[in-house]
Design a protein around this ligand. Structure first.
Ligand SMILES: Nc1ncnc2c1ncn2[C@@H]1O[C@H](COP(=O)(O)OP(=O)(O)O)[C@@H](O)[C@H]1O
Ligand SMILES: [Mg+2]
Length: 247
């Protein structure tokens, strides 16, 4: 067990370094002295019970919440206090819980909005190649897609912007198991392009399967970090999070 990512040997150049961060909402402190790193071209799973602060940590890394203590580096550059749109421009793409698509816009317009300037055509082609089903739905409003199709659209939007790091908050929430398989296939495709992934996921086994490293967060603190295969076959929540399960 370790309480600081600073002590963890990490392979490769880190794309994201969260160091001793404290953050929350107004006077409410949610994260306390949290450190986490994502190495280049790697997958990190962030696991923990409801209310642990996982979403808060993702939003802090993405610039939506300002850390009150500690620092954040992205691709080697100090970005502490940088706003979300700045982080997006630097190549951090957050897929929020609830998908972050525009339900009243067409599938095409959702993709165009995320596409780099001048690459609109190529972006749409890539999206349809990845998910042929989106091609058949291209003129439909995103809100009329099924839950699984909406999540695929969200993932494809993330990949067309060609980010350095995709941060995914509970992509599989509320989806049928077969659709969840498809979502994980897409995540693997995104990783195969060299993009790093920071993933919050309720399906622990699937998350450990795809992840290189894992962090367990409980009550706003990192209670475990290590290689994902160290946890494989363990009852993660019982062993490391004890009585807090489901609280
Ligand atoms: N907008 C907010 N204002 C105040 N407190 C919040 C807000 N969002 C979340 N919280 C609180 O922060 C804590 C962590 O929440 P969250 O980061 O959503 O946890 P998780 O994603 O692990 O379920 C919870 O106690 C939650 O009630
Ligand atoms: Mg959450």
């Amino acid at each position: 067990m370790t309480d600081s990512a600073a002590e963890i040997p990490i392979e490769g150049h880190p794309v994201l370094e969260v160091e001793h961060v404290t953050a929350g909402y107004g006077d409410t402190v949610v994260l306390r002295d949290v450190s986490l790193r994502v190495a280049d071209a790697s997958v990190v799973a962030l696991l923990g019970p409801n209310g642990a602060g996982k979403t808060t940590l993702l939003r802090t890394a993405a610039g939506f919440i300002r850390a009150t203590r500690g620092s954040i580096r992205f691709d080697g550059e100090d970005v502490t206090g940088a706003a979300a749109h700045v982080m997006a421009r630097k190549g951090l793409c957050l897929l929020p819980e609830g998908r972050g698509i525009f339900p009243s816009l067409s599938v095409r317009d959702n993709l165009l909005l995320q596409s780099p300037k001048g690459e609109e055509r190529a972006s749409i082609e890539r999206a349809v190649e990845l998910f042929p089903i989106l091609g058949t739905r291209i003129g439909q409003t995103a809100g009329s897609l099924s839950g699984g199709e909406q999540q695929m659209l969200a993932l494809v939007r993330a990949s067309v912007s060609n980010p350095k790091l995709v941060v995914v908050d509970e992509a599989s929430l509320g989806l049928a198991p077969l659709v969840v398989d498809k979502i994980f296939d897409t995540l693997r495709q995104i990783v195969a392009t060299g993009t790093s992934l920071l993933l919050v996921e309720q399906y622990v086994t699937r998350a450990l399967d795809i992840a290189d490293r894992v962090y367990l967060l409980n009550r706003g603190q990192i209670v475990f970090s290590g290689a994902a295969d160290e946890l494989e076959g363990e009852d993660v929540f019982e062993r490391y999070l004890g009585i807090d399960v489901g609280s």
